[in-house]
Design a binder for this molecule. Structure first.
Ligand SMILES: Nc1ncnc2c1ncn2[C@@H]1O[C@H](COP(=O)(O)OP(=O)(O)OP(=O)(O)O)[C@@H](O)[C@H]1O
Length: 329
């Protein structure tokens, strides 16, 4: 049986449905990301699991228990949000200790658990600091320690890194992964950043307008998108309706409604088609070309050494074997 199970979940605000018939399962110790654009229902789903929003229909089960009707404070679920929501007048130690004090954990054991939590997030030296005297990344680590020190049955993280600068985000990403492994805690992670989801997750659930569009391992959703929406979201920038796609691609997957190519799959400088260079951008590792073609605009990456000036014609190819065959849902 799954450790966390959402079954036929319907969630709404007033008369406006936000999530429809959501079914999702997570194994114990899994890190699952909910990935999707703004407004697709990620936060709403998290709020329902946390007990902050009552479902209109459906069930939520955790560790074999139906928690659909259980009040939020009895679910044993840890939450970390985008805003760290630390108590500004409490030190790092006291922020982490807060939940344990509420649970009347005896002093000696409390001190031991808080110190261990601070150690795990690498903040032993900062125990007596106030949030105002810590960096964003350190504050977020306090928020994390505060969430897992109560030994929750499930940890929900809603865009926890989005207030951090790009470099720190990447650092915290691998730290989170290490932490999750070390604690063995089941995590549900909300993000709209596909790179973050790919780097962190055991499994990714791609959501669109309140529904699951595709789920699978990071490699599944990145390398084998099944719908135009997922392909577009995962950076398959060249998306063609089947009727406009090269015949060789159509012959490989006659049922597909669309085909997509990643920019690095497009061959520039050789091939049976001709396009015009509309724009050329130097991106460091490679050169990005925007081509005007009979298929519409095509984006391609080529080695930096290759030089086709703007306005010139260039041959190109959309190799059938590098195409993702897609089905519009
Ligand atoms: N408090 C609310 N009252 C009314 N409608 C809401 C409320 N919160 C969210 N919604 C609506 O519910 C839908 C899902 O929103 P939700 O916040 O779950 O999306 P999200 O995927 O988490 O987006 P984001 O990445 O922007 O946080 C949206 O259509 C949104 O407008």
């Amino acid at each position: 049986m799954s450790y966390l199970e959402l079954e036929g979940l319907h969630l709404a605000y007033g008369n406006a449905p936000a999530v429809e018939n959501l079914n999702l399962q997570a194994g114990e110790g899994e890190l699952i990301s909910l990935l999707g654009p703004s407004g697709c229902g990620k936060t709403t789903t998290m709020r329902a699991i946390a007990g902050l929003l009552a479902p209109r229909a459906g069930h939520i089960r955790l560790a074999g228990q139906d928690i659909t009707q259980l009040p939020a404070n009895r679910r044993d679920i840890g939450l970390v949000f985008q805003s760290y929501a630390l108590f500004p007048h409490l030190t790092a130690f006291e922020n982490v200790a807060f939940g344990l004090r509420l649970r009347r954990v005896p002093d000696a054991s409390l001190r031991e658990r808080v110190n261990e939590a601070l150690r795990v997030v690498g903040l032993t030296e900062f125990a007596q600091r106030l949030p105002a005297n810590m960096s964003g990344g350190q504050q977020q680590r306090v928020a994390l320690a505060r969430a897992f020190v109560i030994q929750p049955r499930l940890l929900l993280l809603d865009e926890p890194l989005s207030n951090l600068d790009a470099k720190l985000r990447v650092e915290m990403r691998s730290e989170l992964r290490r932490l999750q492994r070390e604690l063995g805690v089941t995590m549900l992670y909300v993000t709209h950043d596909q790179e973050e989801a790919l780097a962190l997750s055991d499994r990714i659930i791609v959501m669109r307008a309140g529904k699951i569009e595709q789920q699978g391992t990071p490699e599944d959703v990145y390398a084998r998108p099944r719908t135009p929406f997922v392909a577009d979201f995962m950076g398959w920038d060249n998306l063609l309706p089947a009727a406009q796609a090269p015949a060789a691609a159509r012959a490989r997957a006659p049922q597909a409604t669309h085909f997509a190519w990643r920019p690095d799959a497009v061959n520039v400088g050789l091939g049976e088609h001709t396009g015009q260079v509309l724009a050329r951008n130097y991106l460091g590792e490679y050169q990005e070309y925007l081509l005007g073609t009979p298929f519409g605009h095509i984006k391609a990456y080529a080695p930096v050494g290759a030089q086709w000036p703007e306005g010139h014609s260039v041959s190109f190819d959309l190799p059938a074997e590098r195409a993702a065959p897609l089905m519009e849902t």
